[in-house]
Ligand binder design. Sequence first.
Ligand code: HEM
Length: 463
Amino acid sequence: MEFVRSSPAPTCCLSAREQLNQATAYIDASVMYGCEENVTRPLREMKGGRMKMLELEDGRSLLPVSEDPNDGCNREEQEKDGRYCFATGDARANENLHLTSMHLIWLRQHNLLAKKLSQLNPHWDDEIIFQETRRIIGAQMQHITYNEFLPILLGAKLMKKLDLSPLKSGYWKKYNSSVVPNIANNFAAASFRFAHSIIPGLMKLLAGRNATPEFVQMHKMLFNPFELYQKGRLDETLRGAMGTSIQASDPYFTDELKSHMFEDSVERMKQPKLCGLDLVSLNIQRGRDHGLPGYVFWRERCGFKKPTRFDDLESFMERDVLYNIRAIYRDVEDIDLYTGALSEIPLQGSILGPTLTCLISDQFVRLKYGDRFWYETDQNPAAFSPEQLRQIRKSSLANIICDNSDDLDVIQPKVMEQLGENNKYVNCSEIDRPNLSAWKDKLSTVQMFDDKTDVRVLNLIVG
Ligand code: HEM
């Protein structure tokens, strides 16, 4: 299987090969806007603070298109029908249909907020509306990540211990300038890729709450964002995703990603004899490409006793899993981080084993404590007013999906959790959402000199 090494980071002298992150570490919505001005600009409409969207004749709006025939996604047969892949702030947005759908609803959310802000403040120009909208979007993403996603990964107890949960009220004042927020090499090249193991082989599409589900092989939805042109597909995709349980986080993966990944993508269609790629092998090889130390090193780094023999792994790995590991690796020191960490039995009340919990929580601690623009900060100029912060804390993925899907009208309030007694379908109108009136400028009039010129002073409402 072809494997392309990550580019080496430029260094001034001879030393170990390092990699350079192409994206920002912070959770700042740069996936939508890009990390550089030359990416952001072409995505902006430069009017009303809005982002560009593709407006369809039936009134729906989609992500703007990328007409580049060599972007690894566009296909001739789709181009004939005027369908192109999409352009966003992150080059990977077309990679799978769920990801593209999330990009779409968040872009719609941007334009929805921009519209509301401009109605509240007709004197704001494009730049102010854009920047303020972007600030709110970044804050909503941080809030949803730490309020809805992380508790599922790390468990409520650890969230509390590490002070990762968003506050219910007031400002969070633990920003620490000595905390390095960079993405750790182990996080990108191994730990956070744990999620490849929880992806199901079949993707569910649900036309309605009680409709019979339709299933599509996962690999058919990779680099196939064209589905979103079809009326109803966005809602079917979202409903299907919300109604699908994840697979266990373990060393077993669907064949869709082990044998068929990108089987239908453009490059492969040009050379139809090539088979699909194996994501698990790529992950393991990526760890080696980046020079990650082995699994036992990370266990020790996390404060656990370092295993020195295979037998030492018996207490935290299932017997069959350990059997496979013994068959593959000659020495316990050789076990790759990805293999070893995914092989650990999950901690109680969590989906991850101890080493993954340690490495992933370390990253999210640093992304919060080391972010001077963290949305709950009280430090100017980043700070939201107490009332604005109170409104942002009402954000939920359910609210974002309800407001930006095509026709979805019922939803489970905790989108990332299964439907159940404590998570029943409710009408979208019952879902709480931020009220933007806290962003209305209080315009006070100041008389300048003695020439009777009124100057309007922008003064965001505080309180
Ligand atoms: C169908 C869904 C997905 C597919 C097809 C997919 C595929 C890929 C591929 C091809 C790579 C690059 C592999 C390499 O050559 O090193 C990658 C990297 C990665 N994936 Fe996924 N992935 C999916 C879902 C996810 C999810 C749900 C997560 C986490 C929540 C995730 C986390 C990552 C991370 C952290 C990287 C490394 C990114 C970087 O270093 O910039 N992936 N994925």
